[in-house]
Write a protein that binds this ligand. Structure first.
Ligand code: COA
Length: 173
């Protein structure tokens, strides 16, 4: 059994985040809906076990009542880290007046599709060939996922923040 906690990203985390983003996503930039985002410049949360980052989530505010989850990575899966990061994010933006959050994932990412749908997100849009376009900007995006599915399209999922927030998971002191 190991212990870990969730904390907001700080400026001093940038170098470590850059390395982890390169490991997970091929570079520190993310191309979603034809827009480039540098993950190390975004707000978010880290899961940390002692000095080691074992999970990270980044997001941006869209309109005053909408926020986009840009990335979510758990480096030790099935221990509740992804859920705890998501809870921390939802609590943070809900407190800022956001009532709708959305994210983009790709057609191959069956695990993410299950994870988000089990946590209140609904499929809200399909952007055909968006990843094929993104690959022109970011050639590091692989053609195929590890499960053998060709990565080509973006799926958008949206969640309206309801009253069912997990209050035990995170508190920002
Ligand atoms: C999707 C992702 C973020 C999920 O992270 P995770 O840390 O594995 O998520 P959790 O541990 O909170 O939940 C995963 C499962 O583990 C289970 N779980 C949680 N704590 C557990 C524990 N202590 N023991 C056993 N199982 C546990 C959860 O019930 C959950 O199952 P469910 O979805 O059927 O309810 C992770 O797989 C990931 O980083 N994927 C690669 C990057 C990616 O695709 N990101 C999303 C695209 S934006």
């Amino acid at each position: 059994m190991f212990s870990w906690q969730i904390e907001p990203i700080r400026q001093s985390d940038n170098d470590q985040m850059r390395r982890l983003a390169i490991h997970s996503w091929g570079s520190e930039t993310m191309v979603v809906h034809d827009t480039v985002y540098n993950l190390t410049e975004q707000e978010g949360f880290l899961a940390r076990s002692q000095a080691e980052i074992i999970g990270m989530l980044t997001y941006r505010m869209d309109a005053s009542d909408r926020s986009e989850l840009l990335s979510l990575d758990s480096f030790i899966e099935n221990q509740g880290i992804g859920s705890a990061l998501l809870d921390a994010y939802v609590h943070r933006v809900a407190a800022q007046g956001v009532d709708q959050i959305y994210l983009v994932t790709t057609n191959d990412n069956l695990r993410a599709l299950a994870f988000y749908q089990k946590r209140g997100f609904t499929l809200s849009a399909l952007h055909l060939h968006a990843v094929t376009r993104a690959r022109k900007i970011k050639p590091e995006i692989p053609l195929y996922a590890e499960n053998g599915i060709a990565i080509a399209h973006e799926l958008e999922l949206t969640r309206t923040i309801g009253e069912k927030l997990c209050v035990k998971c995170f508190s920002e002191n």
